[in-house]
Design a protein around this ligand. Structure first.
Ligand code: NAD
Length: 417
């Protein structure tokens, strides 16, 4: 298989990882052709009347990558650089992630090219409703179930549920990541971060790696990153740096995470946190620390900066934060990389629990959600570590092998090929 190019689009990058797994598994040409491309792609105009009276037309996407294992499942991203290629890449990752975690879903993703920070709550509400109406014919609690992602949250999901309900009647199971009051699950907000911390803990136990006293730097202080920063100290780790879109803060002696959370809640940024040195996002990636957690956006560790990474462990909280060429550099340096399709699967795992609760109209207590999440993350991590050892491959290659294998099996059983 050819080496990855230093610069690849997100979809080219994710497909490169898929092709490598397909080669390693000796996947047939028929299966490879079917699994490589999205099943369905929708691009829509989303006209929104802004508060100042003008009309702005946004572009939205929904990509359904593969549904062999169950209804399509994947988040909705509001970001200025959301585009078809990125949404295709993220939908493909969801296909492999749901298979690695063994939840009964396929993979999808959606996005609207917009800057949510520049829109008012009323404008975001109108945008979400119009986007939902325009993709509603693809959605359904047994067809395609959106969730939050970068730039969207439980409130966005409440608006989506309401817009879908206006067309189809009250349907809580149409989205996950909803507010608790509207059928959301306890533990969903913390789930991707909690799952990431469980994956790290499980990997460390299986590898004989002592996490006590290890330092950790987290890029991104949103839903995923802030929960990793909150929970990592329970493993004995010290959080030495965090960042958001405006930059980061660093204290080699350790940041007080509860105070930092209060600061970020009131200032809407981590910048200005008392006693810490300000750093850029690029500096954060190259800080001396044991564990680096990219938990913001994709393609931040590239062939240009991979050599500068000093951490010996990378925990991928974000989706596709590492390009294939950087992956190879990190592998050569001996960095252990716990991959996105395993690490951040806790989000979709608890989304599955939320959907199951909605379908059964029965609520689980938080203790049950967290216990079942732990069981799934431990089992998934164990299977990835075992495969890596048995096949003599990296943890990313092992995770992709497991995901691709399970989807291929479902396709064969359905009689597609
Ligand atoms: P979020 O919007 O809650 O937070 C994103 C954080 O990243 C914010 O602190 C933001 O300021 C920061 N950020 C944005 N652009 C940045 C940039 N250019 N440089 C540095 N920081 C930047 O988003 P989230 O839900 O925490 O998602 C983060 C990542 O995790 C994404 O890759 C997402 O796809 C992935 N993910 C999210 C979930 C989920 O359930 N929310 C689940 C699995 C994976």
């Amino acid at each position: 298989m050819p080496s990855p190019r230093p610069t690849m689009t997100p979809y080219e990058g994710v497909t490169w990882y898929f092709d490598r797994a397909a080669d390693q598994l000796h996947l047939s040409d028929d299966l490879r052709e079917l699994m490589r491309h999205p099943w369905r792609e929708l691009k829509v105009e989303v006209p929104v009347r802004l508060d100042n009276g003008s009309l702005k037309v946004f572009i939205g996407y929904r990509v359904q990558h593969n549904g062999a294992r169950g209804p399509y499942k994947g988040g909705i991203r509001y970001h200025p650089s959301a585009n078809q290629d990125e949404v295709m890449a993220l939908a493909s990752l969801m296909t492999w992630k749901t298979a690695v975690a063994d939840v009964p879903y396929g993979g999808a993703k959606g996005g609207v090219q917009c800057d949510p920070n520049e829109l008012t709550q009323d404008e975001l509400n109108r945008l979400t409703r119009r986007y939902t109406q325009n993709i509603a014919h693809l959605l359904g609690p047994q067809r395609d179930i959106p969730a939050p992602d970068l730039g969207t949250d439980s409130r966005t999901m409440a608006w989506m549920m309401d817009a879908y309900g206006q067309l189809n009647g009250h349907t809580p199971a149409i989205v996950t990541g909803k507010p608790i009051e509207l059928g959301g699950s306890y533990g969903r907000e913390a789930a991707p971060g909690r799952g990431a911390v469980i994956a790290l803990e499980t990997w460390a136990k299986l590898s004989g790696y002592d996490l006590k006293g290890k330092t950790i730097a987290v890029q991104g202080f949103g839903q995923v990153g802030s929960w990793i920063a909150r929970l990592a100290p329970e493993l004995g780790c010290t959080v030495v740096a965090v960042s958001d879109i405006r930059g980061g803060v660093h204290d080699p002696k350790g940041l007080n995470v509860p105070s930092l959370l209060r600061h970020a809640a009131s200032q809407r940024t981590v910048i200005g946190f008392a006693g810490a040195r300000e750093i850029t996002n690029q500096e954060l990636l190259a800080l001396p620390c044991d564990i680096l957690v990219p938990a913001a956006i994709d393609q931040v560790i590239t062939s240009r900066n991979a050599d500068a990474v000093k951490a010996s462990i990378i925990l991928e909280g974000a989706n596709h934060p590492t390009t294939p060429s950087a992956d190879i550099v990190l592998g050569r340096k001996g960095v252990t990389l716990l991959p996105d399709i395993l690490v951040n699967a806790g989000g979709v795992v608890v989304s599955y629990f939320e959907w199951a609760q909605n379908v059964q109209e029965f609520r689980w207590p938080e203790e049950r959600v967290n216990r079942e999440l732990r069981a799934v993350m431990e089992r998934s991590t164990q299977s990835v570590v075992n495969r890596a050892q048995e096949a003599g491959v990296s943890l990313r290659e092992a995770a992709f092998q497991i995901g691709v294998e399970r989807v291929a099996r479902a396709i064969e059983l359905r009689g597609f090929v």
